[in-house]
Design a protein around this ligand. Sequence first.
Ligand SMILES: Nc1ncnc2c1ncn2[C@@H]1O[C@H](COP(=O)(O)OP(=O)(O)OP(=O)(O)O)[C@@H](O)[C@H]1O
Length: 362
Amino acid sequence: MSPLLDIAVEHKLGSFTLDASFTSDGRLTALFGRSGSGKTSLVNVIGGLIRPQVGHVIVDGQVLVDTRRGIFVPKHRRRIGYVFQEARLFPHLTVRQNLLFGRWFTPKAETDGKDLPAVLDLLGIGHLLDRRPTGLSGGEKQRVAIGRALLARPRLLLMDEPLASLDEARKAEILPYIERLRDEMAIPIVYVSHSAAEVARLATTLAIVDQGAIKACGPTAEVMSRLDMARLPGAPEASSLLEAKVIGFDAEYGLTRLETRAGTLQVARAGLALGSTLRVRILASDVMVSLSPLDGISALNVLAGTVAEIGERSEAGAVDLRIDCNGEMIVARLTAKSVAALALKSGSPVYAVIKSVSIDAP
Ligand SMILES: Nc1ncnc2c1ncn2[C@@H]1O[C@H](COP(=O)(O)OP(=O)(O)OP(=O)(O)O)[C@@H](O)[C@H]1O
């Protein structure tokens, strides 16, 4: 079976060269990279705003571009939805009119509006229908912009930094809607971001973009825990992503207990529903390593495991290593000196001592 996305393009833009190829079967593929790395150019190639000099763009088996065969489907025939950093709503139209505007670009037989209730429900915007964009919060505007894109029944949704202009509170408000969109709609999403936290939370597939090329691509947890991340320019800090379940709350200290395959973690958070599941992100620099189980330290989270792999020493003298904790990989960043002092090697039994855990719940 062909992948959902199959992209390989070469294109010169002034002195910048895009030479990027990747395939993805992810529901949400994040393009992550520094400013100027080529993320937007790549999105524009997929959307049809840039006609690449060489290459192909195939979405769900549909060939949109194949330069060898002279195929270039123009952008208005690609059925690709766009959501930008700013919502770009029409100020003189109501939310309802803005939402239905996207349908002008959809084949007639599909513009019956029967999707509207489901989209309103998915994005929680039913109560806004008669309002005009001026009175809406940034998060509400973005939800309307997403709804407008969805109502055009796209075969792919391109989201280019959709949260970048929102403050933290508005971001937290909109993230669960993007998760629902990812999990409940059968529309693959390509999502541009330079926020590692956002990508850790949302992406099923992660592609690292640098200098116009894809430097790594694969399942998010796998890419994020690669030991060569520190040497990939523009990549996020190596980290472990774990699926966790809320199993208890200690009201006296405001600590939530999370069950993961690697062991139990405690985080300083309240208000998480018992039994709910979430992703946990642990930065390599927040993990220390001990040879014995520890007493008398402040860290609450100590997981037993064995060293699975030791990375190369960085220029700054740091070494990342992967610790296998019951089949779950925890990445730790140590100094080369500590690795030597503890005589760590592949197979050494160790304890990962976790200083801080970030979780994806708002
Ligand atoms: N039409 C063009 N002519 C010349 N150079 C261009 C053109 N379009 C883009 N570039 C250059 O290509 C590079 C990649 O730009 P692009 O917008 O794709 O990066 P990006 O990763 O999306 O960055 P940001 O996160 O800042 O939006 C930049 O150096 C940009 O200046």
